[in-house]
Write a protein that binds this ligand. Structure first.
Ligand code: SAH
Length: 389
């Protein structure tokens, strides 16, 4: 198409695009021409070299989100092709679950789009102006490729505000049930599609839940349990599991899930994990297996230092409760905290409390949430399994 709007970026942005980064920041924009919100534009540098096409955002700091293959139109055919490829990959790597992420934004070259599947029901998020403008085409393509019973949008994520998009949720196709059941690794999870965190479950932890089950024994503690991904998986191999979370609805859901799976050895404790861990330290409570899976402490790079202190603090408290030969499974989902950072704070915590740790396994997000090699930020989830010697 010759009449496509042209947008010019500076040399730094051009180099970043050439090195495989899918985003351009507003500060690297030279001239947006007459580009309008959510439009597909052609990206050029100051010397008229072409760098492909992108979705333009009129309000976000991320002004351009690159599209694959010089795509000039994000129509049904474009989404059909990419969604089909995404689904075919999931069919290779996803096992023992009817619920998984079908489309993971950058990693599927569909920056700004998330599609999760819970059995025959799909939940989507369109997190950029470009993807939001293409919502009708996305829904049409999803219906053609995946033939779902329903498609729901959970577009209530805070990041939509940066794009000047309203926070909304609702049904886009079919009928969305209030609750549905996900079957993951032989366990039943009741998912609240309308109100659960993220799209209902932390599907990125799915493979780590199963890994945790293989280590869990004795008395286990699941800190930041949400609806029990780790707790339920561990309960099958443990004498008891204590699940701690500050969200009452999450714990109510967890208790419900425990019942649905006939697991009678899980207790829930409502409260702040930091306080609860401190209480356990004071009462000399000990555990054989501990999971620490806090929310992202560093949501921006400026929060990194504070986040590192919080990760150290929570892991220090957990280590004080860990029995000899016990297993700590500790996670960080902050994209601004690297695996190396996490190792450093845990080592520092271990030295402070005199525990000697060995690294048993280094894990990351489940394979249906791939990492884009040239965008290290997409490697956001770290999960480290350690043994106390
Ligand atoms: N481990 C869960 C996901 C955890 S998400 C899983 O695998 O499914 C982080 C959880 O931490 C959320 O459920 C949130 O409610 C909870 N949370 C946030 N701040 C907390 C705090 N200070 N203490 C305890 N829980 C907290």
């Amino acid at each position: 198409m010759s009449n496509i709007t042209e947008v010019r970026v500076n040399r730094r942005a051009a180099e970043r695009i050439s090195s495989g980064r899918p985003w351009v920041y507003r500060s690297d924009l030279i001239n947006a021409g007459d580009a309008v919100a959510g439009q597909v534009v052609r990206v050029l540098d100051g010397r008229n070299n072409r760098y492909g096409c992108a979705h333009y955002s009129s309000s976000s700091e991320i002004v351009l989100r690159m599209l694959p293959f010089e795509t000039a139109i994000t129509d049904v055919g474009f989404f059909r092709r990419l969604i089909r490829r995404a689904q075919e990959f999931r069919e290779k790597v996803v096992a023992n679950t009817d619920s998984y992420r079908v489309v993971f934004a950058e990693a599927d070259f569909l920056t700004g789009l998330i599609v999760d599947r819970y059995g025959p029901h799909l939940v989507i998020q369109t997190l950029s102006q470009g993807m939001d403008a293409a919502k009708a085409a996305i829904v049409e393509a999803l219906r053609e490729v995946l033939n779902p019973d329903s498609i729901t949008e959970r577009n209530d994520a805070a990041t939509r505000e940066k794009e000047g998009l309203e926070r909304i949720s609702g049904t886009l196709h079919g009928e969305t049930p209030d609750y549905l059941e996900a079957k993951i690794n032989g366990l039943r999870f009741i998912v609240n599609l309308a109100e659960g965190q993220k799209t209902g479950l932390f599907l990125d932890q799915r493979e780590n839940w199963q890994a945790a089950a293989s280590y869990a024994r004795g008395e286990a503690l699941d800190c930041f349990s949400y609806t029990g991904g780790f707790a339920l998986h561990m309960a099958r191999g443990c004498d008891s599991v204590t699940a701690v979370d500050s969200s009452k609805p999450a714990l109510a859901q967890l208790a419900y899930n425990a019942k649905a799976n006939n697991l009678e050895n899980i207790q829930t404790r409502h409260g702040k994990a930091f306080d609860m861990l401190k209480q356990y330290v004071l009462s000399r409570r000990e555990f054989d297996t501990i999971v620490v899976d806090p929310p992202a402490f560093a949501k921006t790079s400026r929060q990194r230092e504070d986040a590192l202190r919080a990760y150290k603090d929570v892991n220090l408290r957990a280590l004080k409760l860990l029995k000899r030969d016990g297993i700590l499974i500790t996670c960080s989902c902050s994209q601004h905290v690297s695996e190396a950072d996490l190792f450093e704070v845990i080592a520092s915590a271990a030295l402070d409390c005199g525990s000697r740790l060995t690294v048993v396994e280094r894990r990351t997000q489940a394979r249906d949430h791939p990492i884009l090699l040239t965008a290290p930020e997409t490697h956001y989830l770290k999960c480290i399994v350690l043994r106390a010697f």
